[in-house]
Design a protein around this ligand. Sequence first.
Ligand SMILES: *[C@@H]1O[C@H](CO)[C@@H](O)[C@H](O)[C@H]1NC(C)=O
Ligand SMILES: *[C@@H]1O[C@H](CO)[C@@H](O)[C@H](O)[C@H]1NC(C)=O
Ligand SMILES: *[C@@H]1O[C@H](CO)[C@@H](O)[C@H](O)[C@H]1NC(C)=O
Ligand SMILES: *[C@@H]1O[C@H](CO)[C@@H](O)[C@H](O)[C@H]1NC(C)=O
Ligand SMILES: *[C@@H]1O[C@H](CO)[C@@H](O)[C@H](O)[C@H]1NC(C)=O
Ligand SMILES: *[C@@H]1O[C@H](CO)[C@@H](O)[C@H](O)[C@H]1NC(C)=O
Ligand SMILES: *[C@@H]1O[C@H](CO)[C@@H](O)[C@H](O)[C@H]1NC(C)=O
Ligand SMILES: *[C@@H]1O[C@H](CO)[C@@H](O)[C@H](O)[C@H]1NC(C)=O
Ligand SMILES: *[C@@H]1O[C@H](CO)[C@@H](O)[C@H](O)[C@H]1NC(C)=O
Length: 890
Amino acid sequence: MATTNTFTATLLFIFFCVFFFLATPTSSSTQEQHEEELLLDFKSAINDPASALSDWSPETSPKSHFCNWTGVSCSAINTVASLELPHLNLSGDISASACLFPHLSSLNLAHNNFNSSIPLHLSQCTGLRTLNLSHNSFWGTLPDQISDLASLQSLDLSSNRLEGRIPLSLGSLIGLQVLNLGANLFAGTVDPSIFANLTQLVVLDLSQNPNLGSELPEEIGSLGKLRSISMQNSRFYGKIPFTFLSLSELEVLDLSQNNFTGNIPLGFGFGNRKLVTLDLSQNKLSGLFPADVCFGKALVELSLHDNSFIGVIANSSLGNCSALQRFQVQNNGFGGAFPSGLWSLPDIRLVRAENNRFSGQIPELASIPPRLEQVQIDNNSFSGGIPQNLGLINTLYRFSASLNRLNGSLPENFCDSPVLSIINLSHNSLSGPIPELRNCKRLVSLYLADNSFTGKIPPSLGHLPVLTYIDLSSNKLSGEIPQELSNLKLALFNVSFNQLSGNVPPSLISGLPASYLQGNPDLCGPGLPNQCDLPPRRRSPRTGELILVLILVLAILGFLLFAAGYFAVYQKFEEKAKNTDCWKFVFFYPIKVAEEELFAGLNDKNVRGRGAFGKVYVIKLHCGEFVAVKRLVNSGNLSLRAIKSEMKLLAKARHRNINKVLGFCFSEGEVLIFYEYVKNGSLGDVLYRSDFVLEWNERVKIALGIAQGLVYLHKDYVPRMLHRDLKSNNVLLDDDLEPRITGFGLDRVLGEASYRLSMASELSSCCYIAPEHGCNKKATDLTDVYSFGVILLELITGRPAEQPASRESVDIVKWVRRKVNTTDGSLQVLDRRISVVAQREMLRALDLALRCTSVMPQIRPAMDEVVRTLQSLYYVARPPSVLSIETSLE
Ligand SMILES: *[C@@H]1O[C@H](CO)[C@@H](O)[C@H](O)[C@H]1NC(C)=O
Ligand SMILES: *[C@@H]1O[C@H](CO)[C@@H](O)[C@H](O)[C@H]1NC(C)=O
Ligand SMILES: *[C@@H]1O[C@H](CO)[C@@H](O)[C@H](O)[C@H]1NC(C)=O
Ligand SMILES: *[C@@H]1O[C@H](CO)[C@@H](O)[C@H](O)[C@H]1NC(C)=O
Ligand SMILES: *[C@@H]1O[C@H](CO)[C@@H](O)[C@H](O)[C@H]1NC(C)=O
Ligand SMILES: *[C@@H]1O[C@H](CO)[C@@H](O)[C@H](O)[C@H]1NC(C)=O
Ligand SMILES: *[C@@H]1O[C@H](CO)[C@@H](O)[C@H](O)[C@H]1NC(C)=O
Ligand SMILES: *[C@@H]1O[C@H](CO)[C@@H](O)[C@H](O)[C@H]1NC(C)=O
Ligand SMILES: *[C@@H]1O[C@H](CO)[C@@H](O)[C@H](O)[C@H]1NC(C)=O
């Protein structure tokens, strides 16, 4: 097969030679014409989807000379000298015409999409000095004929899919300076004799050939011009040849991620004085630290991590490492005292020495390293204190020294670096107070778990703007959890097993697993074993019972008082009802409500709902129609004028997912709002009926409708409006299960103060209210998003927002969060009455609901994003089974 190929290629070649001969130019212009034709021939075999070679055309006007075409360079006599065509999305074939340019010395087709074997006819490009086919999809073997390219100085075939052995014939390319065969599928062993004559080699890259299993040829050690050897991540094994010591020009040696064994040859670095990078990491090397590695003072990067080195790293062996920036010896068996000279290196940036057996003190800093960014020395046997001057390194970004035996207290300034982002001192024996941290404004993670810290949690933590992970568990901290921490957007706040007491800030309870607070018997708050309205001290059962009785008595008294008050108000109302003169009626739609029928209808028999602001009645009018009436206590003292203009705003909101406001009537102290009647009742009623199950696609449709209604209020309606009391009982369902939002914008009618008062007095809907609302924050559309998220959770779980009181659950958001934190918990929260077919979509909806109910408002998606997500779920849930619910309400 190969011979026929060669045969055809030769024939072709002869053909071209003859052609070439026949067309032999008698003048330079015919030669130029010929080269132009060759270029066009080259182009015709290539796919050029991006039309990168569109100017390769003799028909452009004004006519452009081919020497000016994209990627073409010519020699002085206007013949093609190089084709530089990288990064052009080219594919197709490399035509044989490429090798008919008499002066072509460089062909670069790197970073294209060629997907073929390496064409044999390339071996006819004997004038080539540079061949670069890297980053394509060339496959097959590297042909032996490569040796015909006798002038080749640079061969880059990296990042293709070449396979088979590396051909021995490469060894005859004695002019080769760059040989890059990295990131291919070459296999087998490397024949050492390849390198015998490659004395000009400067760059050798055989890295990332996962099947290339070989010992390192000693011959490489005699290629005295080598500056860079990259052999990482292949399957080399055996020892590092002693001959490598004589590579005096060597700057980069990367032998990482192989199977090398044995020691680093003694004197390494002594003969390699220009060494800049030495990466021997992730092998099976053993023995001692290479004492001379910095002999030439050029070393910048030293990586010995993940091997089996042992022994001490003598202070003196770092003496000449004045250029060292990165020092990585983690995951070895180094022991003894830590080399104190490391801190004094003028350019040191990264120190990683975790998982070794270093002992003794962490050396004090003799001078402040001006560029040190990261120190990781976890899991050693360091004892003694934290270096006093740590806080003076103002480039320090990470310091972790967990799992040691450090003791003493934290220096006051330990966190003074303005860029400090990660501190991990967990699992030590540190004691004393945690200092106030004020200067490390970029701190993200603070891990101090499992020490013996005492005193309070510093309130200043609450003012570190990006602090996200706090683990203070298993210490001896006492006092209250500072309210300031509510400012933070915490993803982790673990204070379990301390001696903390008092009220837990609400935002820290919701959204974080309960286990993060456990082991602090004196903490109190919703969802914890202790409620805060009881004295937080531990009580004997007797006093506990007494208190319970007391509360009961108080509750009964309170109820009696309330009943009396209510009666009085009711009487007053009845009086007013009779004295209808004071009632002003305003209608925005042509309905007729006679006063008599209205007041006759306002009796308990017609109550259909109760909320924070009063009852909702459904009244049958004379004409046979129904109207829903919401009766608000108007303690806000708004005038009729003001209320009328606000009501007009509510009535003007028209959207198919918004329940119409038909009109209102007003008297001092009260407002009755007339709403369009929707006979199927509210989502709350329908969702929890035991005799009727909403299907998943119906639930998605309902969620989508609510979301669209909210987008209308938030974005499309002018003026923009918030709902502020969204809950499943404020979502009505029409015959097609199309939701209609009602009860929105009452804050406008009541006034903010009176609105907040009513909301606060109403506990049954408190779980719909975003946590930040409790902090008297201004309501935003993101508070509505939270309430929407709660409804979505109700739709997904089939559980009421207010969970039946039980030990483990407070409201649906917390219940779900606690569940989903456990394995398979996400599946457990899904409504079991819905077929598992919908499981994937339900989990996606759950994901959305969790984002909507995030403690941190800025993480919640805007309603229009919610709509988009639900739409994609809705189209998956299609086709909706036609199902209109029985109208039993009539
Ligand atoms: C190459 O193709 C990719 C997609 O196949 C495209 O993203 C890229 O922009 C193209 N590059 C050029 C230079 O046309
Ligand atoms: C290439 O174009 C430049 C101007 O754009 C022109 O001066 C030059 O002569 C052209 N080269 C050739 C070989 O035509
Ligand atoms: C090959 O070409 C690519 C793209 O132009 C370039 O990045 C790479 O350095 C070249 N290889 C060599 C050995 O010059
Ligand atoms: C190369 O071509 C083969 C066969 O046509 C095809 O299976 C493969 O996906 C292609 N590879 C690339 C990277 O285009
Ligand atoms: C290296 O050169 C010597 C002498 O020129 C020659 O005998 C030997 O075959 C060459 N080796 C290779 C692998 O080409
Ligand atoms: C190292 O050698 C072992 C067998 O000795 C083999 O299983 C493993 O894949 C090799 N690892 C590498 C990176 O070559
Ligand atoms: C440091 O370098 C000097 C010469 O540059 C040499 O004399 C000395 O021995 C070196 N010390 C170490 C520890 O390599
Ligand atoms: C280690 O070397 C540094 C400078 O290279 C020096 O300041 C320090 O005193 C030395 N420490 C010991 C213990 O020799
Ligand atoms: C600590 O280092 C030892 C080896 O020194 C290792 O076996 C152990 O797994 C490491 N522990 C952790 C938690 O990384």
